[in-house]
Design a binder for this molecule. Structure first.
Ligand SMILES: Nc1ncnc2c1ncn2[C@@H]1O[C@H](COP(=O)(O)OP(=O)(O)OP(=O)(O)O)[C@@H](O)[C@H]1O
Length: 220
């Protein structure tokens, strides 16, 4: 379902190029739960951003469900990302002026033609334990609740691939466990392929597979 080939990423800086990713090959089968671990600065976020269609590789390919995503034009890439890939970021990244319901429905509203957008968002938020917060604004919810809304937003389009980049970075231990358990449940019940970046080795070990990244490369 996912294949990365000879993936490289360099950033231009005042002190010359930074090579964040230096030739990564990665294969993930459909329905697998894979965690990516590695020290700060090892390149994990860079890798996820390239897989998620958010940051163009300096070299190499990302193929998702047979589609070479970086060969697509801008509009096609945006449409593919919106329909097939869900993304949960390090911080909740909800729009502050929208209610939980609007935030969760947003990808369907942007995609257009989904008359059932609000019904689906309501059902999903209820499934994620947020039935009492449908009309709440982000500032009226706890960090864990906001994170669950962000997960609902990532899942609303029923993506084949869910990418989560340290989705528990700013949460306490208990809430972190709850959010990771929730992602695991989504993976099991929906069959969503899950790629999760985490610092927490104990949580990483719950996955089918653990990938270790150091200095822009996968280490055995
Ligand atoms: N936009 C950028 N411009 C310049 N250098 C960058 C940029 N983004 C990342 N880097 C550099 O690329 C390397 C990899 O960064 P990346 O964020 O991918 O690592 P990471 O493993 O996700 O780190 P963390 O766990 O701290 O989030 C680091 O050396 C970082 O400083």
């Amino acid at each position: 379902m996912l294949a990365c080939r000879a993936l490289e990423k360099s950033y231009a800086t005042d002190r010359g190029p930074v090579h964040a990713m230096r030739g990564v090959d990665l294969d993930v089968a459909a329905g697998r739960y894979t965690t990516i671990i590695g020290r700060s600065g090892s390149g994990k976020s860079s890798l996820l951003a390239m897989i998620g269609g958010l940051s163009r590789p300096s070299a190499g390919r990302v193929v998702i469900e047979g589609v070479d995503i970086w060969a697509l034009g801008r509009r096609d890439l945006a449409r593919f990302r919106n329909r097939r890939v869900g993304h949960v970021f390090q911080f909740a990244s909800l729009l502050p002026t929208l209610r939980a319901l609007d935030n969760a429905a947003l990808p369907l509203l942007l995609d257009g033609g989904h008359a059932d957008a609000y019904d689906r968002a309501t059902a999903l938020l209820e499934e994620l334990g947020l039935g009492a917060h449908l009309d709440a604004f982000p500032s009226e919810m706890s960090a864990g609740e906001q994170r669950r809304v962000a997960i609902a937003r990532a899942l609303i389009g029923e993506p084949a691939l869910l990418l989560a980049d340290e989705p528990t970075a700013d949460l306490d231990e208990q809430t972190e466990r709850e959010i990771i358990a929730l992602l695991g449940r989504v993976h099991r019940e929906r069959g969503t392929t899950l790629l999760l970046v985490t610092h927490n080795l104990a949580l990483a070990a719950q996955a089918d597979e653990v990938i270790h990244i150091a200095d822009g490369m996968i280490v055995p």
